[in-house]
Ligand binder design. Structure first.
Ligand code: GMT
Length: 375
């Protein structure tokens, strides 16, 4: 198949999933066209089967807001015609599903039919999409998609609760490429970050308020009072300064490393002992799954789709949102005993195998085939 993938090219989870999906589809013999405003961050290798088409939005002083949807739908029309793309798979409903529908309509005028698969990722439904300013357009574009998928059962339930949806929604969980990194290497350069007696706790996110990274600091502060520990904070976002001040206030700045955006997630996870994800909402929690695939147990909130990923008492523990006390208790339980820590590490890795890309990507292929067959 010739598949057009529309996504956000940034560090966010939806862009990562879309990029990894496209790369795997290309390995499986499909021709994949990424259409977005920047080269996706994980799209390092362009091959015969992988193409990237940039959407340009010319600046014009009249526009207070540059019309990205318009530029994207025009680009989709051109790319579908030029490369004879069979199907468009858009990740994150806003504004991608809307722009794809416009492109589809324009193409129909010329007798070209291209179906649209929309994948809902989370905040496009739970935080942004359900806002009254966007809701009618989001409902419309979900209902006009030829197939709709959600990354967890929880997100599907939220979508049906918040919107008037006439379409079926398929649950296709996010996935992980377990072969991508060499998980067996033992030299993680751990000694660069901490000494043998110190436990390494990690959090990776876009540091938006929804991630509740202040809870990460508070849980870590409690941990380091009980045992020698270091905190690795990876990611960039609006909360960063506040977090730095909080660490200074608590006198733990020397135990916290702020990495900013990093391309070395594999190295950081390799030497991590525990991953914290206390989010207020999370449709899936891809960061937790990535951590688990490196054998890092997860202390998380029990919100949204996280319980579908982090198995309570097995790969880590779940607590109510904001329950720093319970998260601390659970973290100390895992970290305080070497043997127990190893059991949780092994379990985390084992649980992550359920999300192997070789099992999940064919589910998208089936959805493409069924959607094309219906046209
Ligand atoms: O985590 C974010 O805020 C980024 C956002 C995105 O769209 O890139 O993540 C959402 O999609 C990810 C991939 O499907 C999910 O793993 C995240 O749980 C989800 N974030 C939220 O629901 C807050």
């Amino acid at each position: 198949m010739k598949i057009g993938i529309v996504c956000y090219p940034t560090f966010g989870g939806s862009g990562v999933v879309a990029t990894e999906l496209g790369l795997e589809l290309s390995k499986r013999g499909h021709e994949v066209h990424f259409i977005t405003y920047n080269q996706p961050v994980r799209l390092e290798l362009l091959s015969n089967n992988v193409h990237y088409h940039e959407v340009n939005v010319p600046e014009y002083p009249l526009f207070h807001y540059q019309p990205y949807e318009l530029a994207l739908s025009s680009k989709l029309v051109d790319m579908v015609k030029l490369h004879k793309i069979d199907i468009l798979h858009v990740h994150y409903a806003i504004p991608h599903a809307y722009a794809a529908y416009m492109a589809k309509k324009m193409l129909q005028e010329e007798g070209i039919y291209v179906p649209i698969v929309t994948t809902l990722h989370g905040t496009d439904i739970t935080l942004v999409g359900s806002h009254p300013f966007y809701k009618p357009a989001v409902t419309f574009s979900i209902n006009k998609s030829d197939a709709v998928t959600a990354v967890s059962q929880s997100l599907k339930d939220d979508t049906l609760r918040l919107f008037d949806i006439k379409n079926d929604i398929h649950v296709v969980p996010n996935f992980i490429d377990l072969d991508k990194y060499n998980h067996d290497f033992t030299d993680c350069q751990r000694e660069m970050m901490a000494n043998d007696s110190e436990r390494i706790v990690t959090h990776i996110s876009n540091l938006r308020p929804v991630k509740r990274a202040q809870d990460v600091i508070d849980v870590f502060n409690n941990i380091q009072k009980e045992m020698p520990a270091k905190l690795m904070l990876v990611g960039e976002g609006p909360e960063r300064e506040r977090l730095e001040y909080r660490c200074q206030e608590l006198g733990i700045l020397d135990k916290v490393i702020f990495f900013g955006k990093s391309n070395e997630i594999d190295k950081i996870l390799c030497f991590s002992d525990l991953f914290l994800l206390p989010s207020k909402t999370e449709s899936f929690g891809l960061a937790a799954l990535e951590a688990m695939s490196f054998g890092v147990p997860v202390i998380s909130s029990n919100t949204g789709g996280i319980p579908e990923v982090n198995a309570h008492g097995i790969s880590g523990f779940l607590s109510n949102v904001g329950d720093v006390k319970d998260m601390t208790k659970n973290a100390l339980h895992i970290l305080s005993d070497k043997k127990r820590l190893q059991t949780f590490k092994d379990n985390a890795r084992k649980e992550s195998l359920k999300f192997d890309l070789h099992a999940i990507v064919p589910q998208y292929e089936t959805i493409y085939e069924d959607t094309l067959a219906k046209c």
